[in-house]
Write a protein that binds this ligand. Sequence first.
Ligand code: ADP
Length: 180
Amino acid sequence: MIKKIIFLGAPGVGKGTLAKTLSKKENLEHISTGDIFRYNIKNNTLLGKEVKSILAAGNFVSDDLTNKIVKNTIINKEGYILDGYPRTINQAKFLLDLVDIDDVILLDATDQVVIERLTLRSEKEGRTDDTPEIISKRLEVYNKQTKPLIDFFKSKGILRKISVVGSREDNFKKLMDILK
Ligand code: ADP
């Protein structure tokens, strides 16, 4: 499969897990802006230094910086999964001016489920932004800044929705049915 796919959904909804599975199965590059930022923070690069406190607070990195990084990452690539980008209307417009996106997959779950998953992840992975306060901050920022993207992509006719209530296997099957 050669497609340009966006995964949209609240923090903790399982975008990363599903994107990784799809990426392996279909040999599509998995591009996670969150992973890019964390990698740079871990390696103490200039970018890492710039974004460290932003991630720690649960805020968004600026559109300009994020757009620049994504542009450099996707340039000349045919197929990929964007996980965690775009997250604002400005980012979405920037991206659609740059490339043709085939599918936008909205992973849908209730706030309750999302909070449970994030709490579980914090125990397993120890991500510093998975503390109760920062989790609720990230959900707040998601609701304000990213949710409007649902209607934005709906109006473009490329939004598909998956309820991620079931097992990973079920969710992956639903995803493959949509992408066929
Ligand atoms: P989650 O989906 O659990 O919030 P991510 O790994 O996608 O985790 O993102 C972690 C953090 O990285 C975000 O809280 C934000 O600070 C930053 N980030 C990731 N993607 C973007 C983006 N597209 N625009 C701005 N900030 C971003």
